[in-house]
Design a protein around this ligand. Structure first.
Ligand code: GLC
Length: 429
């Protein structure tokens, strides 16, 4: 079953809202707020990151929307905070797992829609945070420190919306309560941006109100342009997601559906789950295969995007061993073929659905061949192809003319799950 078929109601609406319409930027504009292409370069070079959804919802183990769809009253749900004492939480182990997958940045849910903050948060409404409840630890501090030690780019996810506030669901009826929620958001963003050293990504999610409309529709409440100017005053180079209501530095495309269509010429990121049933830890397990992850990655990168692949650690703080193992398998492929991914830009060829896509860097072009054809027919290319070979494989016969570039792919070529070719050109493509 596809993800869209299993999701219902507000959760489905949330996913659909976050499927970017790539030919336009949603969100309100903010003069001079967007990072420059130079400032975005590290992020576009990085290509592959780890998303981590972790919080109280790991206890019921039914996804991060559990509080909402089970209709559990906030006071009852808050009792999970008395139980949340993750005995195996080890931020360094998370970072090592991300590194073993070849991931270059990480994004942790500092606070999801349920309102529980994973750090020492004086601005938290009702002291609903990990240092003031049973856990008695600042997980964001441990996580950011582990990232910094390892040279891993550190990102934080933050949900402006908080289901504990009646003003979220009925801002007209409870305007003061909605203002309290806004105050919490501004205070918490300031804490996260000020107290944990360098933060590389600020990944907002959920600024819409009452699960309706868009994030930008609620800009009257959050004032996202001012909010992000404040964030930037502490972290001038932080890369910001488009879901605060401000247009952001990149677009997101949420969910496990494949990337399709032409190259998108502004920064974007596909976020999806390694374990399909939900972002937060789920007792149901249905992992993507190694090959599915790799094919997803080349399809996204060949269209100019990044992949942020999510794991949901369990209530003890551990990423399930089967997930760690799957990521290690992906990492083994990245170690061999990552040169065709990292630091590249999409093109020069437009992707051909289920057949190939391409990336380029300097005088090299990499082609990811997705089908089993014996001959690859590519559109014409202006620079001259000096050499053509399978990456870590044999040289390949090619013919270049004004009408196109044809490459012969002999039987026995490594195609598990796809063939990676490298073309050497006489000048950059
Ligand atoms: C969604 C969901 C959510 C998840 C996320 C990731 O909109 O509300 O639970 O955190 O986006 O992209």
């Amino acid at each position: 079953m596809s993800e869209v078929e299993t999701l219902t109601g507000d959760e489905l609406a949330s996913k659909l809202k976050n499927n970017v319409v790539f030919n336009r930027r949603l969100g309100v504009k903010g003069d001079g707020l967007r990072l420059t292409p130079e400032e975005m370069a590290w992020w576009q070079d990085a290509k592959f990151g780890m998303f981590i959804h972790w919080g109280l919802y790991a206890i019921p183990a039914d996804g991060e929307w559990y509080m909402h769809f089970s209709k559990m009253p906030a006071e009852q749900y808050a009792k999970y905070a008395d139980e949340f004492k993750p005995s195996r939480f080890d931020a360094r182990a998370w970072v090592r797992t991300a590194q073993s997958a070849g991931m270059k940045y990480m994004v942790l849910t500092a606070r999801h829609h349920d309102g529980y903050a994973l750090w020492d948060s004086p601005a938290s409404y009702g002291n609903y945070c990990s240092t003031k409840t049973a856990a008695k630890r600042d997980f964001v501090a441990e996580y950011t420190q582990a990232c910094h030690e390892a040279g891993m780019r550190a990102g934080l996810y933050y949900s402006p919306m908080d289901w504990r506030f009646p003003g979220y669901f009925k801002p007209d009826e409870f305007p003061e309560n909605a203002q309290l929620m806004k105050k919490q958001c501004w205070g918490q963003i300031e804490e996260l941006m000020r107290n944990y050293g360098q933060i590389d990504v600020l990944w907002y999610d959920g600024a819409w109100l009452a699960h309706k409309g868009t994030d930008a529709d609620a800009a009257w409440l959050w004032e996202p342009v001012k909010l992000n100017a404040m964030a930037r005053s502490h972290q001038p180079k932080v890369v910001i997601s488009p879901r605060s209501g401000w247009e952001g530095d990149f677009g997101t495309d949420e969910g496990g559906h494949s990337a399709a269509g032409p190259i998108i010429d502004w920064p974007w990121e596909k976020c999806l789950n390694l374990n399909r049933p939900s972002w937060g830890f789920n007792h149901e397990q249905d992992l993507m295969t190694r090959d599915e992850v790799i094919v997803m990655l080349v399809n996204v990168v060949g269209r100019g995007g990044n992949v942020l692949l999510n794991v949901g650690p369990d209530r003890e703080g551990e990423i399930p061993p089967a997930h760690v193992e799957r990521l290690r398998e992906v990492g083994a492929w990245m170690e061999q073929f990552g040169t065709s991914i990292y630091g590249t830009r999409a093109g020069p060829f437009q992707p051909a659905e289920k057949r190939y896509c391409s990336t380029k860097r300097g005088k090299s072009v990499f082609v990811h061949v997705l089908d089993g054809a014996a001959k690859l027919e590519l559109p014409p290319l202006e620079p001259k192809v000096l050499a053509c070979a399978a990456l870590h494989g044999p040289a390949l016969k090619h013919t270049q003319s004004e009408t196109g570039l044809a490459i012969e792919l002999p039987p026995g070529l490594d195609r598990s799950p796809l063939a990676v070719l490298e073309l050497q050109l006489d000048r950059p493509a």
